[in-house]
Design a protein around this ligand. Structure first.
Ligand code: GLC
Length: 434
């Protein structure tokens, strides 16, 4: 049964939430408390230092007199999705509010509430319209956009300078510079040094990396806007073959099992020249305890011989489960996390890119992270994964892509065979329309 909800209880009622039982036994005066706080459970990120969600949820609890239970979920986006699908599939009310990836609205919409029914009419005003559209499925607003992401290249400024190299514009240049500086650094005694760190585990992050390789070679986006499968082409094959050549040469074998945080660890401890990651790394790599603080540069990702730089678009949104017993309060928490002041703090403190357009003119936000300013174009011209067009088949499309790519990286398949097999599999999946 839902407990009584009181949006802003008196301080006395707030004290009660911790030890109501004891107080009731001991003091007749407090025998009829006005209201008890409601506990809202929220599935945040993985609980690492880049996760600002628990802090914002606590602020909301403090402000409204409710309590929050933060549920930590796997870091790996694919594992997080399976957990959600399991919980939502069993109509569990264990989670009220959840962070969802930009590619999930079409997969999870049946299990999410229409926030428009619970929030004021202007709730999405000022947000990037494309993101609101992305989160609106069959006319239902299933999540509030929280922050946006785009893949970027981090590099060691000091090392490029030391060895007289420029920031690479092409993947070929990146490969050559990485080989050169890796050799030199190893000769100088750092045996653990690698040229390029990226996310190569068989999960959603590899889909993001591989889409950048393929699209920046002019090889398309797997499935185009019309739903046509486009992956079986020689440029896509070349892109995958080039990436496979990095494993064991400029990238560790371990890359085959790396997600974002492992690769940040390698770069931040001074053991990589280049890193492909998201904008959140900037403030951490330059923060306290980082071996590379002050030595880091950030640039658009390289491109292939016939393409241009492409950054996969990412980002996270806040949704409310249809099985929540407190949808009204849960929607209020979702709106609080994504509201302008909280987005601003998230940008300034953690370097997360806002989803509210006007924050890109905010001086403090602009000063906090070069991606807000210099890479604005990269962020606004990013390449979306084919999630909207493939709808509820997206998870299968992405799984097929990262699995085939992983086989190429592992040396089990060449690029041309991989894109041919993948093309056939995607055709089968989309045969009756997506
Ligand atoms: C980042 C992106 C998200 C993507 C994930 C893959 O969190 O914001 O969209 O799916 O990385 O690892």
């Amino acid at each position: 049964m839902p407990r009584t909800v009181h949006p802003s209880p008196s301080p006395a009622a707030r004290v009660l939430k911790g030890g109501a039982g004891a107080l009731l036994l001991g003091g007749a005066a407090l025998a009829t408390p006005q209201a008890l706080a409601t506990e809202i459970s929220i599935a945040c990120g993985a609980g690492d230092s880049s996760d600002y969600c628990p802090a914002l949820a606590e602020q909301w609890a403090e402000k409204t007199g409710n309590t929050v239970k933060v549920i930590s979920t796997p870091n790996d986006a694919t594992e997080k999705l399976s957990l959600y699908q399991q919980l939502l599939g069993s109509q569990s009310s264990d989670i009220d509010v959840m962070l969802i990836d930009i590619v999930w609205p079409g997969l999870l919409d049946d299990h999410l509430v229409d926030l428009a029914e619970h929030l004021p009419e202007d709730a999405t005003e000022g947000f990037f319209p494309a993101l609101v559209d992305n989160n609106t499925i069959d006319g239902r607003l299933v999540a509030m956009p929280w922050y946006t992401d785009a893949g970027v290249l981090y590099y060691r400024k000091d090392l490029l300078e030391k060895y007289g190299h420029e920031v690479p514009a092409t993947w070929q240049q990146l490969t050559e510079i990485a080989e050169d500086i890796q050799d030199a650094e190893r000769e100088a005694g750092n045996d653990d040094f690698w040229g390029f760190s990226f996310q190569g585990r068989a999960y959603e992050g590899l889909t993001c990396n591989a889409l950048e390789w393929v699209a920046s070679h002019g090889g398309g986006t797997l499935v185009d806007d019309q739903g046509e499968v486009t992956i079986d082409n020689p440029r896509a094959a070349d892109a995958l073959d080039l990436a496979a050549s990095w494993i064991g040469t400029i990238s560790p074998e371990g890359a085959l099992n790396h997600t974002e945080e492992e690769t940040r660890g390698i770069f931040q401890s001074g053991n990589a020249l280049f890193l492909r990651n998201w904008p959140y790394v900037w403030s951490l790599a330059n923060g306290e305890g980082s071996e590379v603080a002050g030595k880091v540069g950030m640039a658009p990702l390289p491109h292939g011989p016939e393409g241009e730089s492409k950054a996969t678009l990412g980002g996270w949104n806040v949704a409310v489960s249809r099985y929540s017993e407190h949808p009204e309060l849960a929607a209020d928490l979702a709106a609080y996390i994504t509201a302008k002041p909280q987005q601003k703090a998230h940008a300034v403190k953690m370097g997360r890119n806002p989803t509210i357009e006007s924050l890109y003119q905010d001086e403090e936000v602009l000063a906090s992270n070069p991606s807000m300013n210099d890479l604005y174009e990269t962020l606004t011209n990013g390449v979306p994964r084919p999630a909207s067009v493939t709808g509820d088949a997206y998870a299968r499309v992405s799984n097929a892509f990262f699995n085939h790519t992983h086989q190429v990286l592992s040396g089990d398949l060449d690029g041309a065979s991989a894109v041919q097999q993948l093309g056939r599999e995607l055709e089968r999946l989309g045969r009756r329309g997506w």
